[in-house]
Write a protein that binds this ligand. Sequence first.
Ligand code: NAP
Length: 312
Amino acid sequence: MKPEVLLMGPMYGPTMEALEAAFAVHHVSKAADRDAFIASLADRITAAASTAFRGMDAATMAMLPKLKIVSHFGVGVDSVDVAAASARGIKVTNTPDVLTDDVADLAIALLLAAVRRVPQGDRYVRDGKWADKVFPLTGTIQGKTLGIVGLGRIGRAIAKRAEAFNLKLAYQGPHRKADVSWPYHANAVSLARECDFLVAACPGGEPTRGLVSRAVLEALGPEGVFVNISRGSVVDERAMIELLREGKLGGAGLDVYDHEPRIDPAFFTLENVVLQPHVGSATHPTRRAMGQLVVDNLAAFFAGKPLLTPYN
Ligand code: NAP
């Protein structure tokens, strides 16, 4: 008999196939009554797999007394209550490194798209306006300063790309990094004051909620552009929308939002934002690699071997 895995929500198709091939998978998303379904499996389930949209909260853990591992699809584990898992002796694994380059690519794409108004230019050509009037000139990223909120794996990959685009760099985070020479700021307001553009690349969840506050965005200013590839919770979204509407923040390039995928419709009316549907890691090779880690961590757990990418 295959070992049993509780799948909290749908994943990348090939990952679901790999999970089905290796394990007896119980799909929470297919249950008519979620809690009754989980309760019916409670005496057997030792392993679960979760996603950014279908995580593992403390209440669900409490329903699964034999749970020992949550194999999470994604590097950000804010949809998993890691503190509750640790308290119950449940191991959480995530999928670091394999997605870093794709996410960093998207951050730079969003920055360029927002500053050079790439989507607006595309619409201008499609709407047949070019023949009548040249497209208005835009700002540039050349010689400007990019502030990175969270100089981790993705933040560093963004920095590497930014240097190739002649951007100067500065960063903010809990720890100053000994191996980089870019200016360090202990808080995000002081970082934003020194920068033309800001990119959030830190984790989401309660510890960073509202870190990119109204004051940070005001410090970035009317010529400033904010890029978010971390989590919607990191920015004060209401303040961001107001400042964008009033021209007090120049622009934004966003991959993540509060209340995804039903985002605030106010975004649709703003001309100075570039919007992506949370696709930082959404390329086939990266999603395949992430899925392989989800499967391999579960396989290691059932084989009694060390986990590949433990988070807690
Ligand atoms: P990581 O290597 O753990 O880096 C996270 C960085 O954030 C660390 O350098 C940490 O600083 C910093 N940080 C923690 N708390 C902070 C705070 N209060 N203020 C500023 N910085 C803080 O993680 P990663 O692999 O780069 O991933 C980062 C995040 O990107 C994930 O957690 C996830 O939310 C997001 N992400 C989004 C997508 C997408 O599709 N858009 C895809 C993948 C990941 P220290 O080093 O000083 O501790």
